[in-house]
Write a protein that binds this ligand. Sequence first.
Ligand SMILES: Cc1cc2nc3c(=O)[nH]c(=O)nc-3n(C[C@H](O)[C@H](O)[C@H](O)COP(=O)(O)OP(=O)(O)OC[C@H]3O[C@@H](n4cnc5c(N)ncnc54)[C@H](O)[C@@H]3O)c2cc1C
Length: 386
Amino acid sequence: MVRDRQKFSDLLAEVRRFIRTECLPLEEEVDRCDAIPEPLVRRMRETGLFGHSIPEAYGGAGLSTEELSLVNIEVSQAATAFRARFGGNTGIAAESIVVDGTEAQKQQYLPRLASGELTGCFALTEPEAGSDATAQATVAVRENDGYVITGRKCFITNAPIASLFTVFARTDPGKKGADGISAFLVERGAPGLSTSQPCRKMGQHGSPVGEVILERVRVPASAIVGGLEGQGFRTALKTLNKQRINLAALCVGPAIRLVEEMARHAQSRRQFGQHIGDFQLVQQMIAESNTEVHAARALVLETARKRDDGADVTMEASMCKLFASEACGRIADRAVQVFGGRGYIAGNVAERFYRDVRLFRLYEGTSQIHLVNIARRTMASVQAQP
Ligand SMILES: Cc1cc2nc3c(=O)[nH]c(=O)nc-3n(C[C@H](O)[C@H](O)[C@H](O)COP(=O)(O)OP(=O)(O)OC[C@H]3O[C@@H](n4cnc5c(N)ncnc54)[C@H](O)[C@@H]3O)c2cc1C
């Protein structure tokens, strides 16, 4: 559902210009220094990148799922760390409030997330609760008129720099699994909340990831997302369901960029007296990669449109995330191959994306978890033989 086509196409053109002219030239510096320069973050705020998915009533652009996918395909054509800087605010960190927040929570946080004044993060994973996110050990104990939260979250994107944390904790220790989990909005500065130093990682340098440590953090009852206990895991699933489409779109951008880079290199590098692009085995790598780009893009946009039309796309969102992230991994691998030895040397675009995109197959549901989900839903949709 694209409401105001001209307005949206202007926004998309502005995003494309910003990414190509202001982010792309800084890719290597960001990878080397493991940080995004603050002046560029200011420009991200001015360009409205922090608020794309937040409703207009709260200061965002109110993009539909399809529109956000098209934007994500643009922003991810530069190094993945750029998008990660504002991605929580226009993805999982703000979405919990958008889908399930009370009116007071929306008023309090969404405008500041949309402007980029606050950086949000989504703190679900724990050392013993990874793929099985329902195994939450963090607890929130009712005390007086609020809760006291104790626990430890790991691998949280933007935790080292975040000012607002969506923290998942068990409010009912008597209930196992998804029931009894609640989501809380906790601000940095709350006594007892601290974050670790950023982890050293394989790729996505410039995107800080770390632990969130909660030692008897006291929050008011009004900090529960939606004001209702026991709804937190449902909130997480609603948020992740949309985010899987977002993430799939974020896999398409690097894949487009890598196909361009492969095709350019194949037409300039000469061996055996001709361009390597004249060799059919090199052409095969380019052709298979570009075909996968088109298939992933079509799947993502069709699923996004279905979601905008109100359909339940839980299974299709899993398919998008699985197919796009795996395709992106294959394309990055072929890109290194097309660049030959150069593709293995630091500073080469294929070498950097190869490291960066490896994460896509791991977070927000590993490929195995999505395979399991798709298989279960496929079998459930077909009647068993008596
Ligand atoms: C850089 C980075 C950023 C991240 N950002 C965030 C964030 O912002 N917020 C957040 O909450 N989390 C975040 N995560 C955590 C991420 O979502 C988890 O790492 C992921 O869900 C996998 O959990 P795990 O690492 O514990 O792996 P495990 O669950 O231990 O899985 C290990 C292996 O076992 C397989 N496996 C597990 N269960 C099954 C099964 N039932 N069937 C088949 N195979 C199975 C997995 O597929 C995987 O191959 C981030 C992680 C990284 C690395």
